[in-house]
Design a protein around this ligand. Structure first.
Ligand code: HEM
Length: 420
């Protein structure tokens, strides 16, 4: 796929069917609120953000980091399968075009039907008629991209010092087949089908050049970046994300999340992904008191020990020395602060009658050496939660800055920088 124009939107592809639905809704008393947004495409009605609208793809930072967390996740790590620099760069350009279209709720390339009868359609079609659903697509480059393809792609000298491999932490039980990756794409959307469609189409475009190494579906966001909204609960039943970096707190984002050093990563961030399995059955047989001691917060309100309200400042010394919140708090880690954006997962059962469920932990930070690594060092050593969890997958990625406009593309700074 090298040319996307003209591209029918999901809505225009539906043509009569879509119009019929909109009219039907209006006739039924307008229960479905459709608003005319800034519609330069002339394609008619588009839903507002509140009703599943689009998150802008272009900007100084990639969407999907400070963006209010969507309900669903499809995360994919890819391995590169070509040593041809031009071919890989073309893939990044093709992916960027496709990502921009899909985040607007449009089909990829020439769409899902109406093209050459002899060829497979450009778009796989399962998102036809669905809203953009606040889809965001966020790309990252893993350390192995530089290790394995640094020379072939002419980027060996451009690996950022902050893109380190994570050390082995006590208790890690990592599955290689669910860890690492030369590239990643995080797809978040309020509709699972929209997120899955996006990853599937990027994988399809990448056929022969990249292959999916592992992927993870997630539901029920476990962290909030919107302090005004109700804090979601994780699978252990506790409010998660109470004390997190807010997506609207630009000072905190500049301080803890966005890379500020000059260079191709300026405006980007570093992502740590950990698949954390929960021993759900053991947790469910644990007393309420013990559960609350483990976190240092109460289960109902989410208030820190000794306090009444969820948003009250935690008094760390009132908590047990091994309480999760006490050990993870910036005051216990020389100020280390991360933006958490994880999701719950339940991937069936493990063959021993236990749920294969847990937290797919995602955290963004300016530098993993001053973010995830020190916090996880404290937790891995003595967190009371360790009795109930196990880290089984791990990956780290350099997430480049945003795509500025239609002529820019994912990773341009890395591949076009002087001296390459
Ligand atoms: C399954 C694993 C985990 C569960 C169930 C879990 C759950 C929670 C809960 C319920 C809270 C309290 C509410 C809040 O402030 O968000 C919390 C806080 C926090 N967690 Fe975790 N967490 C897990 C793993 C991790 C990991 C791996 C890290 C980082 C290495 C981490 C870092 C933090 C931080 C930084 C806080 C906020 C502490 C504060 O400033 O008060 N968590 N977590």
């Amino acid at each position: 796929m090298t040319d996307n124009s003209p591209t029918p939107s999901r809505r225009s592809l539906l043509a009569v069917g879509g119009a019929g639905l909109a009219l039907g809704a209006a006739a039924a008393g307008g229960a479905v609120a459709l608003a005319r947004s800034d519609d330069k495409s002339g394609e008619g009605m588009r839903p507002t953000a509140e009703s599943g609208g689009a998150v802008p793809f272009h900007g100084a930072h990639q969407a999907g980091i400070a963006t209010a967390v969507q309900d669903r996740l499809h995360f994919a790590a890819f391995d590169v399968k070509t040593e041809d620099r031009a071919e890989f760069v073309q893939l990044l350009k093709d992916w960027t075009k496709a990502a921009a279209l899909m985040t607007e709720g449009r089909a990829v390339g020439e769409g899902a039907y109406g093209g050459l009868a002899e060829a497979p359609p450009d778009d796989t079609g399962e998102a036809l008629g669905l809203k953009p659903s606040r889809l965001t697509l966020t790309i990252g480059f893993g350390p192995s991209l530089f290790d394995k393809y640094g020379k072939a792609f002419g980027i060996a000298g451009r690996r950022p010092a902050a893109l380190v491999e994570l050390p082995k932490f006590p208790g890690d039980n990592l599955d290689r087949t669910r860890s690492g990756g030369d590239l990643c794409v995080q797809a978040c959307a309020d509709d699972p089908q929209v997120a899955v469609h996006a990853i599937r189409n990027l994988a399809r475009i990448g056929f022969g050049k990249v292959a999916i190494r592992w992927s993870q579906l997630g539901f029920g966001k476990t962290s909030s970046t919107t302090p005004d909204a109700q804090t979601p609960r994780n699978l252990m039943g506790f409010k998660d994300g109470t004390r997190n970096v807010a997506g609207t707190d630009t000072a905190a984002l500049d301080r803890h999340v966005w890379v500020s050093d000059a260079g191709w990563m300026k405006g980007g961030s570093y992502l740590v992904a950990r698949r954390i399995r929960m021993n759900i059955e053991t947790w469910d047989r644990t007393s309420l008191q013990e559960q609350e001691d483990v976190f240092g917060r109460d289960k109902g309100e989410g208030a820190p020990v000794g306090k009444a309200k969820e948003r009250d400042e935690p008094f760390l010394k009132a908590m047990k020395p091994d309480a999760h919140v006490r050990l993870a708090h910036p005051d216990s880690n020389d100020g280390a602060t991360i933006l958490r954006r994880g999701y719950s997962f339940t991937d069936g059962t493990d063959g021993l009658g236990r749920l294969d469920a847990g937290l797919f932990f995602l955290a963004y930070q300016k530098d993993v050496r001053e973010g995830f690594i020190p916090v996880q060092r404290s937790l891995a050593g003595s967190d009371a939660l360790n009795e109930y969890i196990q880290h089984v997958g791990s990956a780290v990625f350099a997430v480049p800055p945003g795509v500025r406009d239609g002529s820019d593309w994912w990773g341009r700074g890395l591949f076009e920088a002087k001296g390459v």
